[in-house]
Design a protein around this ligand. Structure first.
Ligand SMILES: [Zn+2]
Ligand SMILES: [Zn+2]
Length: 304
């Protein structure tokens, strides 16, 4: 699983930072969190591709998080995308996509499925779920958690042989967590040949938010928390008024939630050098980085 920060600026783009968009490449699928203006060009530069199985999760209906959708849909159509695109977001996302479709006459070459969501379960796949929680920013603004389900434990070939399971398709079935029946009629349950289940990975993205207890809960024990830090700690009051965070707020959330790593994003154009933000966060939570456009993070699977 690879996380690519496509846009890391807050509100307006700068020469160094595009607007909010975070790509998560998971196996053959692309999960895109927010789609600020210019996301498609960032995707080209980062070689993310437009034909993958894809889902887009929009945190809220502010322009810097959603205005990239029209251009992205247009380009995907020009490139003759065929696979369905799923878009999830708060109330308003449906009308927005419909309006683009009605007023800008690009003919979509692929189905677009838009779902308006609230806090709670957003979507469930065989290997992962996405949850949302209300963030402290505007009406219906959301934070998202991508959580992989535990994988079956390691397959013990010695045990399988001892139980008389012949190598081949029966091994794969057991490995996948299903029981099998041997040619002699004996049933073998997967627990007898598999180690303990191995944990999946969890990534949480705050979207725009002030200090939020919902987010602390959502981010519990995450491997990675991507948190906005629009302003520095000196502007804490201004941040709170606008429903935004400072490095200190983000770091406190990371600490309370017991996450492994924190990455700050949505950096205001006023900070040419983000080191100030980094230092402020690290005073509270050491394992912190500040995102830059095109920064990549590899999140390996935990083995046992
Ligand atoms: Zn924003
Ligand atoms: Zn916003």
């Amino acid at each position: 699983m690879q996380i690519i920060f496509l846009g890391t600026g807050g509100s307006i783009p700068t020469p160094q930072r595009g607007l909010s968009a975070i790509a998560v490449k998971r196996k053959t699928e692309l999960l895109l969190f927010d789609c600020g203006e210019g996301t498609q060009r960032q995707m080209i530069q980062a070689r993310v591709g437009f034909h993958r199985k894809a889902k887009i999760f929009v945190t809220h209906m502010h322009g810097d998080h959603v205005l990239g959708l029209p251009g992205l849909l247009q380009t995907m159509s020009l490139l003759d995308r065929r696979k369905k695109l799923e878009i999830y977001g708060p109330q308003g996302i449906k009308a927005f996509v419909e309006a683009i479709n009605l007023t800008v006459r690009f003919s979509l070459t692929f189905p677009v499925e838009v779902s308006e969501v609230e806090s709670g379960l957003v979507c469930e796949e065989k290997e992962y779920t996405v949850y949302a929680a209300k963030s402290d920013h505007i009406n219906n603004s959301l934070s998202y958690a991508l959580e992989e389900k535990p994988r079956p434990g390691r397959f013990n070939t010695q045990k399988a042989k001892k139980l008389g399971v012949p190598a081949g398709p029966l091994w794969s079935k057991l490995q996948g967590g299903s029981s099998v029946t041997l040619p002699n009629g004996t049933k073998v349950e997967p627990e007898r040949v598999l180690g303990p289940p191995r944990p999946g990975r969890k990534i949480v993205y705050s979207g725009d938010t002030g200090q939020s207890e919902n987010l602390v809960k959502l981010a519990e024990n995450a491997d990675l928390l991507i948190h906005e830090a629009t302003f520095d700690d000196e502007l804490k009051e201004r941040a709170a008024e606008d429903g935004h965070s400072t490095p200190g707020v983000a770091a406190e959330t990371a600490k309370k939630a017991g996450v492994k790593k924190l990455v700050l994003t949505h950096i205001s154009a006023r900070y040419k050098d983000a080191n100030l933000l980094l230092e402020q966060a690290r005073k509270v939570f050491v394992n912190t980085d500040v995102a830059q456009d095109f920064m990549r993070l590899e999140l390996p699977l935990q083995e046992d």
